[in-house]
Design a protein. Structure first.
Lengths: 64, 395
Protein backbone atom coordinates (compact mmCIF):
# COMPACT_ATOMS: atom_id res chain seq x y z
CA UNK A 1 0.00 0.00 0.00
CA UNK A 2 1.34 3.40 -1.00
CA UNK A 3 0.17 6.90 -0.05
CA UNK A 4 0.35 9.89 -2.36
CA UNK A 5 -0.56 13.59 -2.18
CA UNK A 6 -1.49 15.49 -5.33
CA UNK A 7 0.01 18.88 -4.49
CA UNK A 8 -2.13 20.61 -7.13
CA UNK A 9 -5.30 19.45 -5.45
CA UNK A 10 -4.30 19.72 -1.79
CA UNK A 11 -5.59 22.91 -0.16
CA UNK A 12 -4.50 22.12 3.39
CA UNK A 13 -7.60 20.71 5.09
CA UNK A 14 -5.23 18.71 7.24
CA UNK A 15 -7.29 15.54 7.64
CA UNK A 16 -4.57 13.18 6.38
CA UNK A 17 -1.95 13.95 9.02
CA UNK A 18 -4.54 13.84 11.79
CA UNK A 19 -5.97 10.49 10.70
CA UNK A 20 -2.73 8.84 9.55
CA UNK A 21 0.00 10.57 11.56
CA UNK A 22 2.42 7.69 11.02
CA UNK A 23 2.27 8.15 7.25
CA UNK A 24 1.76 11.90 6.76
CA UNK A 25 2.94 14.94 8.67
CA UNK A 26 2.09 18.63 8.43
CA UNK A 27 4.41 21.11 6.78
CA UNK A 28 4.86 24.74 7.80
CA UNK A 29 1.78 25.74 5.77
CA UNK A 30 -0.42 23.15 7.49
CA UNK A 31 -0.47 21.05 4.33
CA UNK A 32 0.14 17.30 4.29
CA UNK A 33 3.57 15.90 3.58
CA UNK A 34 4.20 12.20 3.03
CA UNK A 35 6.77 10.68 5.36
CA UNK A 36 9.52 8.77 3.56
CA UNK A 37 8.62 7.36 0.13
CA UNK A 38 4.95 6.85 0.99
CA UNK A 39 5.13 3.10 1.55
CA UNK A 40 2.53 2.31 4.20
CA UNK A 41 3.38 -0.35 6.81
CA UNK A 42 0.52 -2.90 7.04
CA UNK A 43 -0.43 -1.78 10.58
CA UNK A 44 -1.22 1.73 9.27
CA UNK A 45 -3.03 0.68 6.11
CA UNK A 46 -6.55 1.07 7.53
CA UNK A 47 -5.84 4.49 8.99
CA UNK A 48 -4.34 5.58 5.69
CA UNK A 49 -7.39 4.41 3.75
CA UNK A 50 -9.62 6.33 6.15
CA UNK A 51 -7.50 9.43 5.61
CA UNK A 52 -7.90 9.05 1.85
CA UNK A 53 -11.68 8.82 2.25
CA UNK A 54 -11.68 11.89 4.46
CA UNK A 55 -9.74 14.11 2.06
CA UNK A 56 -12.27 16.69 0.86
CA UNK A 57 -10.23 17.38 -2.28
CA UNK A 58 -9.38 13.77 -3.13
CA UNK A 59 -5.78 14.94 -3.07
CA UNK A 60 -4.60 12.26 -0.66
CA UNK A 61 -4.86 8.86 -2.32
CA UNK A 62 -3.84 5.29 -1.65
CA UNK A 63 -2.74 2.70 -4.18
CA UNK A 64 -3.10 -0.89 -3.09
CA UNK B 1 -30.80 16.89 -14.05
CA UNK B 2 -32.17 19.91 -15.89
CA UNK B 3 -32.51 23.38 -14.50
CA UNK B 4 -35.35 23.97 -12.12
CA UNK B 5 -36.92 27.41 -12.09
CA UNK B 6 -39.93 26.86 -9.92
CA UNK B 7 -39.84 30.09 -7.99
CA UNK B 8 -37.78 28.33 -5.32
CA UNK B 9 -36.99 30.51 -2.33
CA UNK B 10 -34.23 29.52 0.03
CA UNK B 11 -35.94 31.36 2.87
CA UNK B 12 -38.90 28.96 2.58
CA UNK B 13 -36.69 26.06 3.69
CA UNK B 14 -37.69 25.05 7.26
CA UNK B 15 -34.29 25.70 8.87
CA UNK B 16 -35.05 27.45 12.15
CA UNK B 17 -35.51 24.43 14.44
CA UNK B 18 -34.05 21.51 12.52
CA UNK B 19 -31.59 21.74 9.68
CA UNK B 20 -32.45 18.18 8.64
CA UNK B 21 -35.81 19.31 7.28
CA UNK B 22 -34.26 22.46 5.90
CA UNK B 23 -31.46 20.82 3.91
CA UNK B 24 -33.76 18.07 2.63
CA UNK B 25 -36.04 20.77 1.29
CA UNK B 26 -33.11 22.48 -0.47
CA UNK B 27 -31.61 19.28 -1.84
CA UNK B 28 -34.97 18.08 -3.19
CA UNK B 29 -35.16 21.16 -5.41
CA UNK B 30 -32.41 19.76 -7.67
CA UNK B 31 -28.66 19.68 -8.24
CA UNK B 32 -28.66 23.19 -9.67
CA UNK B 33 -31.62 25.41 -8.82
CA UNK B 34 -32.30 28.93 -10.07
CA UNK B 35 -34.05 30.69 -7.21
CA UNK B 36 -36.78 33.28 -7.56
CA UNK B 37 -34.06 35.86 -6.79
CA UNK B 38 -32.00 34.69 -9.77
CA UNK B 39 -29.31 33.00 -7.69
CA UNK B 40 -28.07 29.58 -8.80
CA UNK B 41 -27.95 27.19 -5.86
CA UNK B 42 -25.56 24.26 -6.23
CA UNK B 43 -26.76 21.51 -3.90
CA UNK B 44 -25.09 18.26 -4.99
CA UNK B 45 -21.62 17.07 -4.09
CA UNK B 46 -20.68 16.92 -7.76
CA UNK B 47 -21.83 20.48 -8.48
CA UNK B 48 -20.17 22.02 -5.41
CA UNK B 49 -16.95 20.10 -5.98
CA UNK B 50 -16.87 21.34 -9.58
CA UNK B 51 -17.18 24.93 -8.36
CA UNK B 52 -14.49 24.43 -5.72
CA UNK B 53 -12.12 23.08 -8.36
CA UNK B 54 -12.73 25.96 -10.76
CA UNK B 55 -12.14 29.21 -8.87
CA UNK B 56 -11.39 30.91 -12.19
CA UNK B 57 -15.02 30.33 -13.24
CA UNK B 58 -16.61 30.74 -9.80
CA UNK B 59 -15.08 33.98 -8.53
CA UNK B 60 -15.14 34.65 -4.81
CA UNK B 61 -13.81 38.18 -5.33
CA UNK B 62 -16.79 39.21 -7.46
CA UNK B 63 -19.23 37.71 -4.94
CA UNK B 64 -17.93 40.05 -2.26
CA UNK B 65 -18.23 43.19 -4.41
CA UNK B 66 -21.81 43.62 -3.21
CA UNK B 67 -20.73 43.65 0.45
CA UNK B 68 -19.25 47.12 -0.16
CA UNK B 69 -16.51 46.61 2.41
CA UNK B 70 -14.37 49.73 2.80
CA UNK B 71 -11.25 47.51 2.78
CA UNK B 72 -10.35 44.44 0.70
CA UNK B 73 -11.40 41.30 2.58
CA UNK B 74 -8.15 39.39 2.43
CA UNK B 75 -7.98 36.65 1.27
CA UNK B 76 -11.60 35.60 0.64
CA UNK B 77 -12.50 38.49 -1.65
CA UNK B 78 -9.35 38.03 -3.71
CA UNK B 79 -8.96 35.80 -6.77
CA UNK B 80 -5.71 34.20 -8.00
CA UNK B 81 -2.94 35.08 -8.60
CA UNK B 82 -2.97 37.53 -5.67
CA UNK B 83 -4.94 35.04 -3.58
CA UNK B 84 -2.14 32.48 -3.89
CA UNK B 85 0.39 35.02 -2.65
CA UNK B 86 -1.71 35.97 0.37
CA UNK B 87 -2.35 32.34 1.32
CA UNK B 88 1.36 31.48 1.12
CA UNK B 89 1.90 34.21 3.71
CA UNK B 90 -1.14 33.53 5.91
CA UNK B 91 -1.36 29.72 5.90
CA UNK B 92 1.83 29.29 7.98
CA UNK B 93 0.51 31.75 10.57
CA UNK B 94 -2.50 29.51 11.20
CA UNK B 95 -0.87 26.13 10.73
CA UNK B 96 -1.35 23.50 13.47
CA UNK B 97 2.27 23.83 14.60
CA UNK B 98 1.71 27.53 15.34
CA UNK B 99 -1.56 26.86 17.13
CA UNK B 100 0.20 24.30 19.33
CA UNK B 101 2.14 27.22 20.78
CA UNK B 102 -1.10 28.98 21.79
CA UNK B 103 -2.89 25.93 23.14
CA UNK B 104 -1.99 26.26 26.80
CA UNK B 105 -3.17 29.87 26.96
CA UNK B 106 -6.35 29.07 25.02
CA UNK B 107 -7.09 26.22 27.42
CA UNK B 108 -6.57 28.46 30.41
CA UNK B 109 -9.04 30.98 29.01
CA UNK B 110 -11.62 28.30 28.26
CA UNK B 111 -11.38 26.94 31.80
CA UNK B 112 -11.74 30.43 33.24
CA UNK B 113 -14.95 31.07 31.29
CA UNK B 114 -16.43 27.71 32.31
CA UNK B 115 -15.46 28.09 35.97
CA UNK B 116 -17.33 31.40 36.03
CA UNK B 117 -20.65 29.49 35.84
CA UNK B 118 -19.72 25.96 36.98
CA UNK B 119 -20.95 26.53 40.54
CA UNK B 120 -24.20 28.11 39.39
CA UNK B 121 -25.91 24.96 38.16
CA UNK B 122 -27.13 26.59 34.98
CA UNK B 123 -25.83 28.68 32.11
CA UNK B 124 -26.63 29.81 28.62
CA UNK B 125 -24.06 28.14 26.41
CA UNK B 126 -24.44 30.86 23.78
CA UNK B 127 -24.21 33.92 26.05
CA UNK B 128 -21.86 32.60 28.73
CA UNK B 129 -19.39 30.71 26.57
CA UNK B 130 -19.91 30.56 22.79
CA UNK B 131 -20.12 34.30 22.19
CA UNK B 132 -17.15 35.10 24.43
CA UNK B 133 -14.51 32.52 23.64
CA UNK B 134 -13.89 33.03 19.89
CA UNK B 135 -13.47 36.77 20.39
CA UNK B 136 -10.96 36.14 23.19
CA UNK B 137 -9.08 33.79 20.88
CA UNK B 138 -9.02 36.40 18.12
CA UNK B 139 -7.78 39.09 20.54
CA UNK B 140 -5.12 36.67 21.80
CA UNK B 141 -4.00 35.73 18.28
CA UNK B 142 -3.76 39.38 17.23
CA UNK B 143 -2.21 40.55 20.50
CA UNK B 144 -5.07 42.87 21.43
CA UNK B 145 -6.26 43.47 25.03
CA UNK B 146 -8.80 40.96 26.37
CA UNK B 147 -10.29 43.82 28.38
CA UNK B 148 -11.81 45.11 25.11
CA UNK B 149 -13.70 41.86 24.56
CA UNK B 150 -17.22 43.02 25.23
CA UNK B 151 -17.22 46.16 23.11
CA UNK B 152 -15.48 44.17 20.41
CA UNK B 153 -18.28 41.60 20.51
CA UNK B 154 -20.85 44.38 20.24
CA UNK B 155 -19.16 45.85 17.15
CA UNK B 156 -18.65 42.49 15.48
CA UNK B 157 -22.19 41.24 16.10
CA UNK B 158 -23.77 44.46 14.85
CA UNK B 159 -21.81 44.24 11.62
CA UNK B 160 -22.16 40.50 11.08
CA UNK B 161 -25.90 40.46 11.66
CA UNK B 162 -26.32 43.09 9.00
CA UNK B 163 -23.88 41.91 6.35
CA UNK B 164 -25.23 38.91 4.52
CA UNK B 165 -23.25 38.30 1.33
CA UNK B 166 -26.19 36.29 0.00
CA UNK B 167 -28.46 39.31 0.19
CA UNK B 168 -28.46 42.35 -2.07
CA UNK B 169 -29.97 44.63 0.58
CA UNK B 170 -28.53 48.09 1.29
CA UNK B 171 -26.27 48.49 4.34
CA UNK B 172 -28.01 50.36 7.17
CA UNK B 173 -26.47 53.65 8.39
CA UNK B 174 -25.97 52.39 11.96
CA UNK B 175 -23.93 49.50 10.58
CA UNK B 176 -21.66 51.91 8.74
CA UNK B 177 -21.28 53.90 11.95
CA UNK B 178 -20.41 50.74 13.92
CA UNK B 179 -17.96 49.66 11.22
CA UNK B 180 -16.26 53.06 11.41
CA UNK B 181 -15.90 52.72 15.20
CA UNK B 182 -14.41 49.26 14.77
CA UNK B 183 -12.02 50.50 12.08
CA UNK B 184 -10.97 53.33 14.35
CA UNK B 185 -10.18 50.81 17.06
CA UNK B 186 -8.32 48.51 14.65
CA UNK B 187 -6.33 51.43 13.26
CA UNK B 188 -5.27 52.39 16.78
CA UNK B 189 -4.13 48.78 17.42
CA UNK B 190 -2.24 48.70 14.12
CA UNK B 191 -0.47 51.97 14.93
CA UNK B 192 0.45 50.71 18.40
CA UNK B 193 1.78 47.43 16.99
CA UNK B 194 3.85 49.26 14.42
CA UNK B 195 5.45 51.24 17.24
CA UNK B 196 5.73 48.31 19.67
CA UNK B 197 5.63 44.96 17.87
CA UNK B 198 4.85 41.80 19.84
CA UNK B 199 4.88 38.07 19.07
CA UNK B 200 1.31 38.10 17.72
CA UNK B 201 -0.01 37.56 14.20
CA UNK B 202 -0.79 41.23 13.60
CA UNK B 203 2.78 42.19 14.47
CA UNK B 204 4.07 39.55 12.07
CA UNK B 205 1.98 40.90 9.21
CA UNK B 206 3.17 44.43 10.00
CA UNK B 207 6.81 43.30 10.10
CA UNK B 208 7.01 42.67 6.33
CA UNK B 209 9.21 45.24 4.59
CA UNK B 210 10.07 46.36 1.06
CA UNK B 211 8.12 44.65 -1.74
CA UNK B 212 6.49 42.35 0.82
CA UNK B 213 5.13 45.12 3.04
CA UNK B 214 1.35 45.22 3.41
CA UNK B 215 -0.51 48.46 2.94
CA UNK B 216 -2.64 49.81 5.75
CA UNK B 217 -5.78 48.82 3.82
CA UNK B 218 -4.54 45.26 3.41
CA UNK B 219 -3.83 44.93 7.13
CA UNK B 220 -7.23 46.34 8.09
CA UNK B 221 -8.87 44.09 5.49
CA UNK B 222 -7.25 41.03 7.02
CA UNK B 223 -8.39 42.05 10.52
CA UNK B 224 -11.88 42.70 9.24
CA UNK B 225 -12.11 39.31 7.54
CA UNK B 226 -11.03 37.56 10.74
CA UNK B 227 -13.81 39.38 12.54
CA UNK B 228 -16.43 38.58 9.89
CA UNK B 229 -15.40 34.96 9.41
CA UNK B 230 -13.74 33.78 12.60
CA UNK B 231 -15.99 34.82 15.46
CA UNK B 232 -19.67 34.04 14.94
CA UNK B 233 -18.80 30.86 13.04
CA UNK B 234 -17.02 29.31 16.02
CA UNK B 235 -19.70 30.74 18.33
CA UNK B 236 -22.26 28.93 16.19
CA UNK B 237 -20.55 25.54 16.22
CA UNK B 238 -20.01 25.66 20.00
CA UNK B 239 -23.76 26.22 20.36
CA UNK B 240 -24.68 23.43 17.95
CA UNK B 241 -22.24 21.05 19.60
CA UNK B 242 -23.93 21.41 22.97
CA UNK B 243 -27.37 21.25 21.39
CA UNK B 244 -26.50 17.89 19.84
CA UNK B 245 -24.89 16.66 23.04
CA UNK B 246 -28.02 17.48 25.05
CA UNK B 247 -30.13 15.69 22.46
CA UNK B 248 -27.87 12.60 22.38
CA UNK B 249 -26.72 11.72 25.93
CA UNK B 250 -25.02 8.55 24.64
CA UNK B 251 -22.71 10.66 22.47
CA UNK B 252 -22.04 12.98 25.41
CA UNK B 253 -21.11 10.02 27.62
CA UNK B 254 -18.78 8.74 24.94
CA UNK B 255 -17.12 12.16 24.77
CA UNK B 256 -16.65 12.18 28.54
CA UNK B 257 -15.36 8.62 28.75
CA UNK B 258 -13.23 8.37 25.60
CA UNK B 259 -10.77 11.18 24.91
CA UNK B 260 -10.31 9.86 21.36
CA UNK B 261 -13.96 10.52 20.60
CA UNK B 262 -13.68 14.30 20.93
CA UNK B 263 -12.18 14.88 17.51
CA UNK B 264 -14.67 12.84 15.46
CA UNK B 265 -17.56 14.34 17.43
CA UNK B 266 -16.33 17.86 16.67
CA UNK B 267 -16.05 16.89 12.99
CA UNK B 268 -19.57 15.53 13.02
CA UNK B 269 -20.96 18.76 14.45
CA UNK B 270 -19.19 20.77 11.74
CA UNK B 271 -20.51 18.35 9.13
CA UNK B 272 -24.12 18.55 10.31
CA UNK B 273 -24.17 22.22 11.26
CA UNK B 274 -21.70 24.14 9.11
CA UNK B 275 -22.10 27.72 10.35
CA UNK B 276 -21.52 29.29 6.93
CA UNK B 277 -23.24 26.71 4.74
CA UNK B 278 -24.10 29.01 1.83
CA UNK B 279 -20.95 30.36 0.21
CA UNK B 280 -21.30 32.91 -2.55
CA UNK B 281 -19.56 33.05 -5.92
CA UNK B 282 -20.15 34.86 -9.23
CA UNK B 283 -19.53 33.16 -12.57
CA UNK B 284 -16.92 34.71 -14.85
CA UNK B 285 -18.12 32.84 -17.97
CA UNK B 286 -20.98 30.68 -19.20
CA UNK B 287 -20.64 27.28 -17.57
CA UNK B 288 -22.47 23.96 -17.63
CA UNK B 289 -22.95 22.44 -14.17
CA UNK B 290 -24.63 19.04 -13.96
CA UNK B 291 -26.49 19.76 -17.20
CA UNK B 292 -27.58 23.28 -16.35
CA UNK B 293 -26.18 26.28 -18.21
CA UNK B 294 -25.27 29.09 -15.82
CA UNK B 295 -24.63 32.34 -17.71
CA UNK B 296 -21.57 34.52 -17.09
CA UNK B 297 -22.04 37.06 -14.31
CA UNK B 298 -24.58 34.97 -12.36
CA UNK B 299 -24.62 34.89 -8.58
CA UNK B 300 -24.09 31.33 -7.37
CA UNK B 301 -24.45 29.85 -3.89
CA UNK B 302 -22.59 26.69 -2.94
CA UNK B 303 -24.68 24.68 -0.44
CA UNK B 304 -22.23 23.01 1.92
CA UNK B 305 -25.14 21.96 4.13
CA UNK B 306 -26.56 19.57 1.53
CA UNK B 307 -23.15 18.26 0.47
CA UNK B 308 -22.38 17.41 4.09
CA UNK B 309 -25.51 15.26 4.26
CA UNK B 310 -24.97 13.38 1.01
CA UNK B 311 -26.36 9.87 1.67
CA UNK B 312 -23.84 8.45 -0.83
CA UNK B 313 -21.03 9.48 1.48
CA UNK B 314 -22.55 9.20 4.95
CA UNK B 315 -24.42 6.10 6.08
CA UNK B 316 -26.54 8.13 8.52
CA UNK B 317 -26.43 11.56 6.91
CA UNK B 318 -28.70 13.38 9.38
CA UNK B 319 -27.41 11.83 12.61
CA UNK B 320 -24.42 12.81 14.73
CA UNK B 321 -22.53 9.56 14.45
CA UNK B 322 -18.98 9.66 15.85
CA UNK B 323 -18.21 6.68 13.66
CA UNK B 324 -18.39 8.75 10.53
CA UNK B 325 -16.48 11.61 12.04
CA UNK B 326 -13.51 10.62 9.90
CA UNK B 327 -15.37 11.08 6.65
CA UNK B 328 -14.58 14.02 4.44
CA UNK B 329 -17.07 16.80 5.04
CA UNK B 330 -16.89 20.24 3.44
CA UNK B 331 -17.93 22.34 6.40
CA UNK B 332 -14.84 24.49 5.89
CA UNK B 333 -15.53 24.79 2.18
CA UNK B 334 -13.09 23.46 -0.36
CA UNK B 335 -10.68 24.40 -3.10
CA UNK B 336 -8.43 27.42 -2.81
CA UNK B 337 -10.74 29.27 -0.41
CA UNK B 338 -10.79 26.46 2.16
CA UNK B 339 -11.34 28.21 5.50
CA UNK B 340 -8.06 29.87 6.45
CA UNK B 341 -8.84 29.50 10.14
CA UNK B 342 -9.98 25.89 10.03
CA UNK B 343 -7.10 24.55 12.12
CA UNK B 344 -7.65 27.21 14.77
CA UNK B 345 -11.42 26.66 14.75
CA UNK B 346 -10.98 22.92 15.24
CA UNK B 347 -8.63 23.51 18.13
CA UNK B 348 -11.02 25.97 19.78
CA UNK B 349 -13.85 23.46 19.52
CA UNK B 350 -11.76 20.62 20.86
CA UNK B 351 -10.53 22.71 23.79
CA UNK B 352 -14.06 23.80 24.68
CA UNK B 353 -15.37 20.23 24.44
CA UNK B 354 -12.56 18.85 26.60
CA UNK B 355 -12.45 21.55 29.25
CA UNK B 356 -16.21 21.83 29.61
CA UNK B 357 -16.76 18.12 30.13
CA UNK B 358 -13.92 17.87 32.64
CA UNK B 359 -15.76 20.40 34.81
CA UNK B 360 -19.38 19.67 33.85
CA UNK B 361 -19.83 16.12 32.54
CA UNK B 362 -23.61 15.94 33.16
CA UNK B 363 -26.10 18.48 31.94
CA UNK B 364 -29.36 18.79 30.07
CA UNK B 365 -31.38 21.31 28.18
CA UNK B 366 -33.20 23.70 30.55
CA UNK B 367 -36.93 22.97 30.84
CA UNK B 368 -38.96 24.88 28.27
CA UNK B 369 -35.93 25.80 26.15
CA UNK B 370 -36.56 26.00 22.43
CA UNK B 371 -33.19 26.28 20.66
CA UNK B 372 -33.50 27.81 17.21
CA UNK B 373 -31.54 29.81 14.69
CA UNK B 374 -32.41 33.10 13.08
CA UNK B 375 -33.57 32.33 9.57
CA UNK B 376 -32.97 33.47 6.89
CA UNK B 377 -29.39 34.38 7.64
CA UNK B 378 -25.95 34.14 6.06
CA UNK B 379 -24.51 32.36 9.06
CA UNK B 380 -26.45 29.85 11.11
CA UNK B 381 -26.28 30.12 14.88
CA UNK B 382 -28.48 29.42 17.87
CA UNK B 383 -29.78 32.52 19.61
CA UNK B 384 -29.72 30.84 23.03
CA UNK B 385 -29.03 27.45 24.58
CA UNK B 386 -29.87 27.35 28.31
CA UNK B 387 -28.70 24.22 30.12
CA UNK B 388 -28.88 22.96 33.72
CA UNK B 389 -26.41 20.76 35.58
CA UNK B 390 -25.37 19.81 39.12
CA UNK B 391 -23.36 22.72 40.50
CA UNK B 392 -19.72 21.76 41.06
CA UNK B 393 -18.94 24.29 43.76
CA UNK B 394 -15.44 24.47 42.40
CA UNK B 395 -15.51 28.03 41.14
Amino acid sequence: VKAHIDKDRCTGHGRCYVLAPDVVTDDEFGYGQILGDGTVPPEYADATRRAAEACPEQAFTVTE
Amino acid sequence: MTMTDSGFRLEDAPMARDRTDGWRHVRAAGDVVRTADGIYLLTSTEAVQFAHRHPEIFSSARAFDSLASPVPLIPIAIDPPDHTRYRRILDPMLAPKVINGMEEELRRQARELILAFADRGHCDIVDDLARLYPTQVFLTLFGMPLADRDRFIHWAETIIENSNPNSQAEVAPEVIETAMELFGYLQKCVDEKRANPGEDMLSRVLSFTGDEAWSNEEVLGLCFLFILAGLDTVTAVIGFMFQHLTAQPDVRRRLVEQPDAVQPIVEEVIRLEPPAPLTPRVTTQDVDVCGTLIPAGSPVTLCLGTVNRDPQRFPHPDVLDPDHGDSGHRGFGGGIHRCLGSHLARRELRIIAEEFHKLIPDYELAPGADPHIVWPSGTFHLTSLPIVFPATGRA
